[in-house]
Design a protein around this ligand. Structure first.
Ligand SMILES: [Zn+2]
Length: 131
């Protein structure tokens, strides 16, 4: 008689065996008292382990709550900053005007004939025009 090992019995209890394996173990258990006893022991162990709730939920302390809310607030501010930065960047990209071609232009101002400026030397007239 080929007894399933403890690992296989554990897998049988945890229901992680293939259908074929389940059938063969079930059939064996019907015939073998030793393995049924082993199955009961494994089931008890599994029950004992499953009684320990792995999810430990502790009520967070007020300090932790404050820290959490501050952290969330910082996250919100950071999100706003990031969104603001990118929307500003996109806006500047879409609104950016095309490169301006700067054409040098000269305004030539001639001193009126009647003005007294015409009696002033040309270099002084330039200063009048530009300032
Ligand atoms: Zn057996």
């Amino acid at each position: 008689m080929n007894h399933p090992d403890k690992d296989k019995i554990l897998k049988y209890v945890l229901d992680v065996l293939d259908t074929d394996e389940i059938q063969s173990v079930t059939k064996h258990l019907e015939e073998c008292e030793a393995c049924r006893s082993e199955l009961r022991k494994v089931k008890e162990e599994v029950d004992t382990i499953s009684k320990f709730d792995p999810v430990i939920e502790l009520e967070p302390s007020p300090v932790l709550k404050i820290k959490k809310s501050v952290f969330i607030r910082i996250l919100k501010v950071a999100a706003i900053l990031v969104i603001g930065f990118f929307s500003g960047y996109l806006a500047s990209e879409t609104m950016r005007s095309k490169p301006v071609n700067v054409v040098e232009q000269h305004l030539i101002v001639k001193a009126p004939e009647t003005s007294i400026i015409k009696y002033i030397p040309a270099s002084v007239v330039d200063i009048f025009v530009y300032y």
